[in-house]
Write a protein that binds this ligand. Sequence first.
Ligand SMILES: [Zn+2]
Ligand SMILES: [Zn+2]
Length: 174
Amino acid sequence: MAICDWRGCSECATHVVDLVAPDISTERWGVCRPHDRELKTKFVRSRPRKTPELPLPTQTSVLCGQCKRVLPERSGLLPTEREPCPDCDSMSRSINVEVGGTMSFHSSLHVRARHSKGGWFVRTKTGDDYTRDLEAWGKRELMIDNEHDRYREVIDLYDGARLESNARLRDHPG
Ligand SMILES: [Zn+2]
Ligand SMILES: [Zn+2]
């Protein structure tokens, strides 16, 4: 049996994991049981969260409160730090906050394409706890087939990424 693909690991590769995502080349990993779990966690964490949780780009502009001329002034300025409006000498301001259009997953992901196996590792966030990762998953399907000694797990993520793990059931106890 082949050796686990995980760097530095010399266990037997009992699980075959296929990774598919819009922005990476499809990858197939042969890994041991602990690294099957680790690979799943890392892959899920490397993917963007659900769309509504993505921060939308916002644009703030400062206008004169009286004549509505757009002023080249930071929105965070204190009233005492302001210069009078060059047109009408007013010191009052009105701040416009525009929330930009919805961000598209695919356009932003395209730029970050990686081609080497595990290249997406660099995007993996650390510090998020496992339950939060679970919420980010779109769907998780487990198939346990005692008769044919098959174990199969499929994780479909919101952004179209997919992970499929296959093993013999005897290699995936519990
Ligand atoms: Zn391993
Ligand atoms: Zn003005």
